[in-house]
Design a protein around this ligand. Structure first.
Ligand code: PLP
Length: 396
């Protein structure tokens, strides 16, 4: 075994609080560390590896594309980029797409588009209303959009033009709206900020308000999109259509790719007003196209819904068994379990020891975002480990 973790502490900027585990291989819902130990992975690259690790359909597409054409710049047309655009548009309520390299980049583009729309059609309106406990990325503008002080404090002064209000509170959005507002930006279910699920009518009420005021609704589906919530896109479950939607994470099975999509009437960028060297390059687009096609052809979202229902029922059993479990919640395969004290880290460690990877959502909560191809069997294995881990932590 090599001293990889020592190298990290010597050479890497000390930014990522890492689990002391060096992963060297992944297949399906499982990964292996450098000692050969196997883990059931319910982190999935932070909700990225939706088709599991190294899905053959994506690995083959990447290998073939890597041997054919990787990068051309957007000065030219390439086939994978156009195939990806077509499949995304034909399977969503949006009309056009821009392909970039990550989630934050997709959100930056979405906000730029909303501001451009505001400048052209809403007398210079530029302000975007976001929500507390949201997460929209780590660029300077997305740090300002993200309604969490802990991400913002080190970077004051923040980029102007963002205002956060309470999530799941349409009245707060109404109160915050001014002549300067060009858009409201929301996650259908807040992921990083707590797996927070809004009331069923929240998004439709926000949609109504946006229509009334002529402002845009941007849905950040970076975590919830591409099947995670049990439908291809989260908005489908709330009976609303966004004006702009952003995607990343599960879009490319692990290659860095993101996208923002918009209705025709919102696509107001003139040529040259936005762009990127790598965005939508042939290699990442081929991976994303293979991913989205597989997700659609095999109803992977339906599997996420079915297995997610089973998973939450099994988590409820744990809640009934352990009184210190205060809440279980989730949609599809984005779930959380919360406790009455800060045992998140101890539990993560106890799960790790027993071969299960989980994410610490908050000091007192864990998040589960496994690949969307798992079945009830993997859920049973995870619940069994979690049950024993809970027993060990509470018994300690
Ligand atoms: N938006 C949401 C909802 C996210 O969950 C994330 C990442 O966790 C982002 C944006 C940022 O994406 P990225 O890390 O690819 O920049």
């Amino acid at each position: 075994m090599s001293n990889w973790q020592e190298l990290e502490s010597k050479y890497f900027m000390q930014i990522s609080p890492r689990t002391p585990l060096t992963l060297v291989k992944g297949k399906g819902a499982r990964v292996w560390d450098d000692s050969g130990k196997e883990y059931l992975d319910f982190v999935a690259g932070w909700a990225v590896n939706s088709l599991g690790h190294c899905p053959p359909v994506v690995a083959d597409a990447v290998a073939e594309q890597a041997n054919t054409l990787i990068q051309t710049s957007n000065q030219y047309y390439t086939v994978p980029q156009l195939q990806l655009a077509q499949i995304l548009v034909e399977n969503s309520c949006l009309d056009r797409v821009y392909i970039g390299n990550s989630g934050l980049e997709a959100n930056e583009g979405a906000v730029k588009l909303a501001r451009r729309y505001g400048s052209l059609k809403r007398k210079g309106a530029y302000e975007v209303i976001t929500t507390f406990n949201s997460f929209h990325g780590r660029s300077l503008a997305m740090t300002a959009a993200t309604g969490q002080e802990r991400f913002q404090k080190p970077y004051i002064p923040l980029t102007p033009g963002f205002k956060s209000v309470a999530f799941n509170d349409v009245e707060a959005i109404r109160m915050a709206t001014t002549d300067k507002t060009c858009a409201v930006m929301l996650e259908p279910v807040q992921g990083e900020g707590g797996v927070n699920i809004p009331d069923d009518n929240y998004l439709s009420e926000v949609r109504k308000w946006c229509d009334q005021k002529g402002i845009l609704l941007i849905l950040d589906e970076i975590q919830t999109g591409i099947g995670r919530l049990g439908t291809l896109f989260g908005y489908e479950q709330y009976g609303v259509e966004p004006d702009i939607m952003t995607l990343a994470k599960g879009l490319g099975s692990g290659v860095p790719v993101g996208a923002f999509m918009a209705k025709d009437n919102v696509c107001v960028f003139a040529p040259g007003e936005h762009g990127s060297t790598f965005g939508g390059n042939a290699l990442t687009s081929a991976a994303a196209y293979a991913t989205v096609k597989y997700v659609i052809d095999n109803d992977i979202a339906g599997n996420a819904r079915k297995v997610g229902e089973y998973f939450i029922a099994r988590l409820e059993e744990l809640k009934n068994k352990y009184r210190f479990v205060t809440d279980v919640r989730g949609r599809g395969l984005l779930l959380a379990i919360e406790f009455n004290s800060d045992i998140g880290q101890d539990l993560l460690n106890a799960c790790l020891e027993r071969g299960l990877l989980v994410n610490r959502l908050k000091p007192n909560a864990l998040r589960f975002m496994p690949s969307l191809i798992i079945g009830n069997e993997e859920v049973d294995q995870a619940i069994d480990i979690l049950d024993r881990a809970l027993g060990s932590v509470v018994g300690a």
